[in-house]
Design a protein around this ligand. Sequence first.
Ligand SMILES: Cc1ncc(COP(=O)(O)O)c(C=O)c1O
Length: 400
Amino acid sequence: MKQLPITRETEEQLFFHNYARLPIAVSHGEGVWLVGDDGTRYLDMLSGIGVNALGYGDKRLLAAISDQAAKLIHASNLFMMQPQFELAAKLLELSGLSKVFFANSGTEAIEAAIKMARKWAAQSGDQHKKEVLSLSNCFHGRTYGALSLTAKAKYSDGFEPLLPETGMITFNDITDLEAKVSAKTAAVFIEVVQGEGGIHRISQPFIERLKELRQQYNFLIVADEIQAGCGRTGTFFSYTPLNADPDLVCLAKPLGGGLPLSAVIGSEKVADVLSYGNHGTTFGGNPVACAAGIAMINAIDEDRLMERAAATGSYIHDKLKQLAAKYPQILEIRQYGLMIGMTVDKEAKYYVEKALLKRVIVNATSVNIIRLLPPLNITTEEAQLCIDTLDEIFSEETAG
Ligand SMILES: Cc1ncc(COP(=O)(O)O)c(C=O)c1O
């Protein structure tokens, strides 16, 4: 068969036009380096949009995947499978919660959590308790339920009507929180650290008031840990330092070590909410993905990657602060472990393209925010290469 040219033209012909792919074809990866088909090496400060927590080619992860693939790739949830059980037990131990449901992607975890919240509310006996709220600037995914909770119109324009009885609370605005929640509220979805929204963390007073209002009105707090979870911010869950005490937690991205896997973890309060056939998915909790997830969590522990994420994150923060002092193009820096956002003076896309020419992959989010989500095991020397590249870009711009 003739080999297809991997070019933008072929892409245009083959695919729906829903992805703005970078103009490089990638072949493989080594640690923090992503290697193009032509052999060019790129320093990957995005790690597959926050997925490759161990970088590329971790031997323990590869062994877990190939061992499990040789045994059983798929059987479905008609059967019990050891890797699912082991990963579920680990997630319960890490969260202190009661029950797990596995799906395949972030948005599916959110869908499941919305359904659980609605069903839980229906069981409360209050037929008006249906409303599902989220916070402005949030991102929860692109399937209909998740899309209905996602803030930016650019994701939902043209897809209306969305899910009824959803609404939005202004991020970190306690007055608006008090105005919006009521006895009709079934759940409030939060990203403790907003990712696509540009790396913004919910304030402690907002969390405290949210918990008080939960007490008053009896609703669920759902923590979307899809981007911030699994150790990226320096603790396994980003809500831990703020003691958000969620009733449901959604995980995805790094959970399957690069294979599609997501989870909803629930507290005792929602432990019995689902009954047989209420919810499910053919592939959810795939044994190879679960084996990868176990290896990934073990590696985080073995290599002390949460501590490293916190330390390397603050190293990058300090260095970016130094750049900000030199270059007026940098307006603000926000950093929680290895979740880093830098607000710049123009469309961040401009800097993403400049960095790519210098073989460094960074990401643009929320128009003018450069986002870094490197692997948790990135070294300070590797991180410094990214800082040096940004330094070069800003200084060339100043000179030019
Ligand atoms: C916080 C958050 N929630 C949900 C999602 C959706 O996940 P997925 O793309 O796996 O459906 C994302 C993806 O970026 C995310 O960052």
